[in-house]
Design a protein around this ligand. Sequence first.
Ligand SMILES: CC(C)(COP(=O)(O)OP(=O)(O)OC[C@H]1O[C@@H](n2cnc3c(N)ncnc32)[C@H](O)[C@@H]1OP(=O)(O)O)[C@@H](O)C(=O)NCCC(=O)NCCS
Length: 298
Amino acid sequence: MRDTRTAVAMKAAPELVLRPGTVDDADACGRICYEAFATLATGHGFPPDFPSPDVAIEVLSGLISHLGFYSVVAESDGEIVGSNFLDERSRIAGVGPITVDPAAQNAGVGRQLMIAVLERAKDRAFAGVRLLQVSYHTRSLSLYAKLGFDVREAVATLQGAPIALEVDGFSVRAATEDDLGACNLVCALVHGHDRSGEVQDAIRQGQARVVEHDGRISGYTTGIAFFAHTVGETNEDLKALIGAATEFGGPGFLLPLRNAELFRWGLEHGLQVVQVMTLMTLGLYNEPTGAYLPSILF
Ligand SMILES: CC(C)(COP(=O)(O)OP(=O)(O)OC[C@H]1O[C@@H](n2cnc3c(N)ncnc32)[C@H](O)[C@@H]1OP(=O)(O)O)[C@@H](O)C(=O)NCCC(=O)NCCS
């Protein structure tokens, strides 16, 4: 087996060691993740993405132990100073969360953590890599652009009370394993590729829902939530799925702002804008030909 630790470390600055993450790193990485986002958000007058260190530790622990994610940890003088993740469950890879200890930021650690996952994506021949960037953070915006990511669109995080409505002719139900093929077809129709691994995870966790229209599946969601995505042939599919959600998990769900009709519909139903994020892509990208809500990973 290849010694990834040595291979990556040789490409990084001499004092910085990059290596794959292990479950033992979850505590330190989770604390840094919480601190990095909380320091950034409160400094700009926004609520933190993670409400507490414990939530960040739990999320990162889940990512480190998930076989569909690649994790990389940065150490300086034997101390963990940051981490990054690559969602490898689909043909398109998703980056993040990337976080660097506030005391070690703006000194090149983030760049090395990004290069590590981009090299991994290249080695694994992913057709494209995507991420959602916190729009008010000028540093991450500049870093990602310098590494080759293009800005695609602005996306709002929306939060509020459940809308609790039904759309005539569009019925929503829990997804089962038998629906996987139909969900993948909808995603391929809209995005040009499926997100099968994520859909399978969400079905197993009981989070996935499908919407049926004219006797067939016309959309699905892995959860109307920050870490989940939704795809539909039309905005009516998305309205039915959002309308059926009993909560919007995490800081909120993500809605592309150029979908003006759906954005206004959400606002008219009492949703609040928490913050704006930027979808950035590297490599293969197809303009969506239907309606969608990205996850925080892409
Ligand atoms: C985002 C983050 C991971 C970046 O890591 P970092 O170690 O601070 O960043 P680096 O020092 O490696 O890189 C910053 C780059 O942006 C450049 N930069 C910073 N501010 C800039 C600005 N206003 N305009 C142009 N370039 C800027 C730096 O010059 C540097 O470029 P270089 O690599 O070509 O030298 C880190 O700041 C962090 O944890 N932030 C809080 C959490 C977060 O926002 N995560 C990302 C969510 S999208």
